[in-house]
Design a protein around this ligand. Structure first.
Ligand SMILES: [Zn+2]
Ligand SMILES: [Zn+2]
Length: 334
């Protein structure tokens, strides 16, 4: 197997895990069509594995995926966490069970990102405060003590003022002004469901302060993620990851949780801390699996061409046929 990405030439990570490919941390497979890809950590494109031992490798991955945890799933793509690997099962839809979740990691990553800023600002600010303190004759102890909090407030301010990057800025239906949306404005938005099971976001216009615009699709997702990150910082009094994860589970998965939130018709800022965190988790997982689905569609087109011209081996066709029959016999609800 190659070690570099065919698209961006970047180094592929991981050791392939159960696939035996020797490379790859994020592996995608399609049991039905006999396809196997290594996903590039840099450009996220899908590298088709050589045909040689693909079928055994896919079987091994499918076994591991059976033991893993389904993080999220669309109709065609399931993202499964297994040990340190991400396994992406594509193709024939299966009924998914939602087991436990691995959210902790995501949150830690966000906190790390926050710390990167808070620590340098604190160090600089403490340095300045010490200088001021010395000049003032040493009576400003309280000021120094409050530094990490101040840095946190500054950071929250920066995150809150960050523009939400949208394809096209929406226009308020009530007052006609263009909404230059910042993360903190999203706090006054609320989640609604659209007909095609998509998440939509009703925005409160910062100018006239009434609900005057709606975002859909990827724009809604982007705004929601940015707004929730801001709220977690601004109002995140000790969030309990386990409690939030349990909320998602008891709702019956990320989709149901989003539905549940939409039904409540509350603005994001008036949601309870745990529910808001649960919503953030659900939206994150959705976005990730939808992104995978987009890449899969492109990869599958390439695979069809590559495999179609490379495999004239009747044995392979036979083997594929055998696997299809086996899958076909399996009850859907298993
Ligand atoms: Zn790449
Ligand atoms: Zn308006």
């Amino acid at each position: 197997m190659y070690r570099t990405c065919a698209f961006c030439n970047g180094k592929l990570d991981g050791d392939g895990g159960p696939s035996g490919l020797g490379v790859g941390r994020r592996l995608a497979f399609d049991e039905w069509k006999g396809r196997l890809w290594v996903i590039c950590p840099k450009c996220s494109r899908w590298n088709l594995a050589p045909l040689d031992d693909r079928l055994e490798q896919i079987e091994a991955l499918a076994r591991a995926a059976g033991e893993g945890r389904v993080a999220a799933a669309t109709e065609h793509v399931a993202l499964i966490r297994w040990q340190t690997y991400d396994l992406v099962r594509v193709g024939k839809p299966r009924r998914m069970e939602f087991a436990t979740w691995r959210y902790g990691e995501r949150l830690r990553a966000r906190r790390r990102e926050q710390l990167k800023f808070v620590v340098p600002v604190t160090v600089a600010a403490v340095g300045l405060a010490v200088a001021v303190n010395v000049a003032a004759g040493g009576s400003l102890g309280v000021f120094v003590w409050n530094m990490p909090n101040l840095a946190r407030m500054m950071y929250t301010g920066i995150i809150g003022r960050r523009r939400v990057s949208l394809v096209e800025p929406p226009i308020c239906e009530r007052c006609g002004s263009v909404l230059h949306l910042q993360a903190k404005h999203v706090a006054y938005a609320r989640v609604v469901r659209q007909a095609q099971a998509d998440v939509a976001l009703i925005l409160s216009c910062p100018t006239c302060r009434t609900e005057g615009a709606m975002l859909v699709g990827r724009d809604a997702q982007a705004a929601l993620r940015q707004g929730l990150t801001y709220l977690a910082l601004a109002r995140g009094s000790r969030q309990r990851v386990e409690d939030a994860a349990r909320l998602v589970e008891s709702a019956g998965g990320p989709d149901r949780l989003i539905n549940d939130v939409a039904r409540r018709e509350l603005t994001l800022r008036s949601l309870g801390v745990e529910r808001r965190l649960a919503l953030e988790m659900a939206v994150d997982e959705r976005a990730e699996v939808e992104d995978l689905e987009r890449h899969w569609k492109e990869a599958e087109e390439i695979a069809e061409i590559a495999d179609g011209t490379l495999s004239s081996d009747p044995l392979l066709e036979e083997e594929l046929e055998r696997i299809r029959k086996k899958l076909g016999r399996e009850p859907e609800s298993s």
